[in-house]
Unconditional design. Structure first.
Lengths: 83, 476
């Protein structure tokens, strides 16, 4: 599974916990739109740290970096480029 | 035949249920294409502004100037952000002018505070790799704490005493707004200070908690085109209408509870309990339940009004209070009841801890970060907000009288930690087991916790426990 598919699956899981079965696209905003809360953002942070080794303490954390599947994709590309 | 006979009532029932679920007291006008198109015309904008102004006039003295600011922003969307700054300055200096005891002195103090904010922001952006640039919020909050210590040890009756306290009090009103600016220092497309200033006690209103967070958030939620602006403004009108309805319900509720049923206020029940003449247990319960529901209604109405103004200015901000009664966990209620306060604690205290410490141990990391935010951050916020107590009672006295609230914070943090560490899984199906029962338990918890949250600093912690005992008919 590629990064985008894995992140998409993770979002699906977070939404399922909230009984949210509305469809979403890669550009759908989750946190700024209020669809997911900062509590969910924490779970996503842990997922990204563990799965892709992102160190937010190092690169700086901003919720807009993880607001959508697309935003996470671009974050992962940036982090890889720096590495 | 028999199959259709059984499905028809079922279908009807499901249709009825879905109709009930989709019923709205205030119609979803922001989803009607014709209304959205009308709201984009000049006449439409004038109608929306007139409606909004009339709504604001209910219960606001500054409704006219507020509406004029909103009108200017509505018709000049390209200059929205700078107009927000100008309006914020208008509401900081001009509108309260007649309420200042010494207008020029008060204005000078606010200018000094804003200058401090500007210097901190510029230093953090100019030298991002410096010792200060890497942790500006931490340095700022430590410096502010030091200032409180200095102020409380300055000899009373001197000119320096008055000056230091006046400055500290003025700065305390702005600290969290400055913190949000400092958090924005590394963001791509960061706003210059002139635009950051618009989010320092914005003209649409706030408490010491920045409503709609800081400039970074405003940037992201700003309407990008006339259609988005129309939708956002229609949402604003809906929210203001809801706020007015809640205010009316709140007034009716208070009349019924206190005027008709004569349920005692919580402060009265606590006073009687502390004086060893407690009310019967059912009166104690009634006083805390009524107080909890009343504050839920009035606080929702208050927050909706502010967010409605923010939306009318073209920023599609999330509500401050959103369906708190449907919360199934303690953490969810905390998130839904006072969203922007929770966001402040998360941004300033939770994430810095969570991203830095105990990375190998998830549970410790989570509990540590929750305590940093919901316990330490929460207590610090209220301590910094109520500086008059420090001035009156001295630093030591104020810290001692703050113990009840600190206890409240410890309980809250412990409950949120427990709620977060329990394995998250989809709720059991069924309305009673899945929704009603967990929601009732959460509400009961916050209702009881509120006993410790009400702190007028007149009673020791033991008196609150005594009152809790009376709730269960125990004379402690």
């Amino acid at each position: 599974m590629d990064h985008t598919a894995e992140v998409r699956e993770f979002f699906k899981g977070l939404l399922a916990i909230r009984h949210d079965r509305q469809p979403f696209t890669d550009s759908t905003s989750f946190f700024l739109s209020g669809r997911l809360s900062s509590v969910d953002a924490v779970e996503l942070v842990v997922f990204l740290e563990e799965k892709y080794g992102i160190d937010f303490a190092e690169i700086g954390f901003d919720q807009s970096q993880i607001d959508s599947v697309q935003a996470i994709g671009s974050l992962l590309r940036t982090v890889k480029a720096v590495d | 035949m028999s199959a259709s006979a059984t499905t028809v009532p079922a279908e009807l029932a499901s249709k009825g249920l879905s109709r009930l679920r989709n019923f709205r007291l205030i119609p979803r006008v922001d989803t009607y294409p014709a209304v959205v198109a009308f709201a984009q015309t000049v006449i439409g904008k004038l109608v929306l502004l007139a409606l909004f102004g009339m709504g604001l006039a209910y219960g606001s003295t500054d409704w006219l100037i507020l509406t004029l600011c909103l009108a200017l922003i509505t018709f000049l969307p390209a200059q929205r952000r700078i107009l927000v700054t100008i309006s914020a300055l208008l509401f900081a200096f001009v509108v309260p002018w007649k309420f200042f005891k010494q207008p020029f002195y008060s204005v000078a103090l606010i200018v000094l505070v804003l200058t401090v904010g500007a210097l901190l922001f510029w230093c953090a952006t100019l030298w991002p790799r410096s010792w200060y640039g890497r942790r500006p919020v931490f340095v700022f909050l430590c410096s502010f704490s030091l200032l409180i210590v200095i102020a409380s040890y300055t000899p009373q009756g001197t000119r320096a005493y008055q000056l230091v306290w006046d400055f500290t009090n003025s700065l305390s009103v702005y600290i969290w707004f400055i913190c949000y600016s400092l958090l924005d220092r590394t963001a791509p497309g960061r706003d210059p200070f002139s635009l950051q200033l618009g989010s320092y006690r914005p003209f649409w209103g706030s408490t010491n908690t920045p409503f709609a967070k800081g400039a970074a958030y405003l940037r992201r939620i700003e309407a990008r085109n006339p259609e988005q602006l129309a939708v956002t403004q229609l949402k604003a009108i809906k929210l203001l209408a809801w706020s007015i309805m809640l205010s009316l319900c709140g007034a009716l509720f208070n009349y019924c509870a206190f005027g008709y049923l004569h349920i005692p206020q919580f402060s009265e029940a606590l006073y009687l309990s502390a004086n060893r003449t407690p009310l019967p247990w059912y009166h104690c319960w009634a006083s805390i339940l009524v107080g909890f529901i009343g504050s839920l209604i009035s606080f929702s109405a208050f927050g909706h009004r502010i967010i409605a103004c923010c939306r009318m200015a073209g920023f599609n901000a999330l509500r401050n209070t959103y369906r708190p009664l449907s919360s199934r966990t303690v953490a969810e209620f905390f998130n839904r009841y006072y969203f922007y306060f929770k966001e402040l604690l998360v941004d300033v205290f939770f994430y810095p801890f969570f991203l830095k410490y105990f990375k190998k141990n998830y549970k410790l990391r989570m509990v540590g970060a929750i305590f940093a935010a919901a316990c330490f951050g929460n207590a610090y916020y209220h301590f910094a907000r109520d500086l008059t107590f420090v001035q009156r009672q001295g630093l030591r006295g104020a810290l001692m009288s703050d113990r009840v609230y600190l206890f409240y914070c410890v309980l809250l943090a412990a409950a949120i930690s427990t709620s977060q560490l329990r394995h998250r899984k989809p709720a059991p199906s069924g309305f009673i087991r899945g929704q009603l029962w967990p929601s009732l338990l959460v509400l009961l918890f916050f209702c009881l916790l509120d006993v410790f949250g009400f702190s007028d600093r007149n009673y020791p912690l033991t008196e609150y426990f005594r009152f809790m005992g009376h709730l269960f008919n125990l004379n402690l």
